[in-house]
Ligand binder design. Structure first.
Ligand code: LLP
Length: 423
């Protein structure tokens, strides 16, 4: 359990506050974030790379709540965005556009135009056709677009297939053997300014080795670019540093830095990092309540009020998320095996399968750990379940940073056409 969550008098606390007490005020389910934990993670990453010029651009797809983005902006961070919506949120949260990098394989003309007008730091360009589109949009606006090409280094990050992005068959980035042509093309286009090189190999990476491999390939490519006279200023090293969900032992930022710093320093560039999960994953929990306990012949099911629409990682990736009681039971060593499931009408709706948990009673509160990253941001209203609130704690204070959605929110923007109204 991360430092900011602990049991006091057998009750789970987030920083100075009792989770059960917050639940009684807010209702369940809800996401709960510790600002202290987010700050500590950011500072640990920042400290690890203090010896080189760098910018930490929070990958806000992990958690795009305005308050969370603002927290990292206050720490001096920038933002890694992948859509017009994220640009809007980043600016609304107070991010400095000169610290925003824009990644993603399918940027639209409108998104490119918005980002150009905002004056972002650079576009991480994922294909040669995209280079031409950005050039054209910049020309129409009478601007010059700062670009980096995202290199696909063909490295296996040893992670879930859905989150591996740096293998040659993936849709991301430009193959190393086509990258030089890409840079030459970029140089020939008058409304582009080549400023950087980008690589991002995947997510939930628990070893340094894939990073090292990718870095060595990129470094020799940067050397080549320099020989060809490209004035590269930024190297974007992407995100992906893993966190412990169960018994993974990912490198700390310190350990990661020790191995990659010698190469990074030799590159003599401002390095951009795009961590998402590392900054917020273990700073958040999903609090839910037990609705029913159902013992059939084959299995025991604990049915809670949170479901796959609220937290899809277990269903989508088979991801393990630790589940603990908010109030420690009298006999903490007793265990039962159960599936923890939600009310959604799909067999794939589960938060845990065959999990050993303390005996559970109706009305008990449970906390799903590791829910601060790709939790709320991947949630939906499937089964017409309003999205749950998000709460941010600081010390003894908590703030509802997103209210619970209402049924009216569910139907906002929908209309029944006159031809169906029958009068
Ligand atoms: N930069 C780029 C270009 C990315 O695509 C991503 C994540 C990141 C940075 C941040 O990666 P992180 O530091 O958070 O690992 N939904 C999945 C993870 C998808 C990651 C997508 N890209 C999950 O819940 O495990």
């Amino acid at each position: 359990m991360p430092n900011s969550f602990s049991y006091r008098d057998r009750l789970l606390h987030c920083e100075g506050l009792s989770v059960a007490q917050m639940a009684s005020q807010i209702g369940t389910p809800f996401y709960l974030y510790s600002s202290q934990s987010m700050q500590e993670q950011f500072r640990a990453y920042d400290r690890a790379f203090a010896s080189i010029p760098h910018v930490i651009c929070f990958s806000m797809k992990a958690n795009s709540n305005l308050a969370v983005v603002r927290l990292f902006v206050n720490e001096g961070g920038g933002v890694d965005i992948v859509s017009g919506g994220e640009l809007f949120r980043a600016v609304r949260a107070g991010a400095d556009p000169r610290k925003i990098v824009f990644s993603g394989v399918g940027k639209t003309r409108a998104e490119i135009a918005d980002a150009l007008k905002s004056g972002i730091l650079m576009f991480n360009v994922e294909s040669l056709p995209e280079l031409k589109t950005i050039d054209r949009v910049a020309q129409e606006l009478g601007l010059k677009a700062p670009v980096a090409l995202r290199i696909n280094p063909d490295v296996d990050p040893h992670t879930h297939d859905y989150t591996a992005t740096g293998k040659k068959e993936s849709k991301f980035g430009i193959d190393l053997d086509q990258a030089m042509d890409g840079y030459r093309l970029a140089r020939s286009l008058h409304h582009l300014e080549v400023v950087g090189v980008d690589v991002h190999i995947g997510s939930q990476i628990t070893e340094v080795e894939p990073y090292e491999k990718a870095l060595l390939k990129v470094k020799s490519f940067v050397d080549q670019l320099r020989r060809e006279g490209f004035g590269i200023r930024y190297f974007d090293f992407g995100g992906g540093l893993g966190i412990p969900y169960k018994d993974e032992k990912p490198p700390s930022p310190q350990e990661f830095a020790e191995r990659v710093l010698p190469i990074l320093s030799a590159m003599d560039l401002t390095v951009i990092f795009e961590p998402g999960r590392f900054l917020v994953g273990n700073a958040g929990i999903l609090v839910c309540k037990v609705l029913y306990v159902k013992d059939s012949n084959a299995k025991s099911h604990v049915i809670v009020d949170a479901a796959m629409n609220d937290l899809i990682r277990p269903s989508l990736y088979g991801a393990y998320q630790e589940i603990i009681p908010v109030s420690l039971p009298a006999e903490p060593d007793r265990r039962v095996t159960a599936d923890v499931v939600g009310p959604v009408c799909e067999s794939g709706d589960f938060l845990a399968k065959d999990r050993e948990i303390p005996p559970i009673q109706v009305g008990d509160l449970l906390a799903v750990l590791g829910a601060g990253a790709y939790g709320f941001t991947m949630s939906s209203t499937y089964n017409s379940r309003p999205r749950v609130p998000e709460v941010l704690v600081r010390g003894e204070e908590f703030h509802l940073v997103r209210r619970r959605e209402t049924f009216e929110d569910l139907v906002r923007g929908e209309e029944i056409p006159v031809f169906l109204k029958g009068d």
